[in-house]
Design a protein around this ligand. Structure first.
Ligand code: HEC
Length: 134
């Protein structure tokens, strides 16, 4: 009886680990659902990857339609809205992070405002900076 119980417990923890290992990659394939609620305020080191993923998802879902994948302003609605080319080195040089954040959260011209948590806005600014054209 005790042996059985021990075996059951072993199996339980073993199965649990397997289950976690199995659905973690699958979970990565389901970010569209996660992106529906981009308001997780968590900033612990354990969530750095999740944060980076949220930034990427937010870009793809909310910014790329106008600014394009890399920010060149070549998204499907880029021409129509005259979306800015955010990779432009000269523009980046004369624009501060704070100005970029203000445009994102306050809107500018034909760009709507985006109510996003500050860490996400910071992440988007970093993503734009990382794609500065040489
Ligand atoms: C509906 C199209 C559209 C979407 C969606 C959009 N933008 Fe824009 N964005 C624009 C346009 C148009 C401009 C140029 C605004 C102007 O200068 O009048 C712009 C300008 C900007 C600027 C530069 C502002 C400045 O100081 O000149 C930044 C930064 C920016 N967008 C970031 C983003 C981010 C980040 C997202 C996603 C959260 C986003 N945009 C989504 C259309 C869009």
């Amino acid at each position: 009886m005790q042996k059985l119980l021990a075996a059951a417990l072993l199996c339980l923890s073993g199965c649990r680990n397997d289950a976690v290992r199995e659905w973690t990659p699958a979970d990565h394939d389901l970010p569209p659902n996660a992106a529906a609620a981009p308001s997780r305020p968590s900033q612990s080191s354990a969530s750095v990857d999740a944060q980076a993923e949220m930034v990427e998802l937010t870009w793809q879902r909310q910014c790329a339609s106008c600014h394009g994948r890399e920010g060149r302003g070549d998204g499907p609605q880029g021409a129509q809205t005259q979306a800015a080319n955010l990779t432009d080195a000269a523009w980046q040089a004369r624009t501060s992070d704070a100005q970029m954040s203000a445009a994102i959260t306050g809107g500018k011209g034909r760009m709507p405002r985006f109510e996003l948590p500050p860490p996400l806005v910071d992440g988007l600014v970093k993503r734009i900076r990382a794609r500065r054209a040489p």
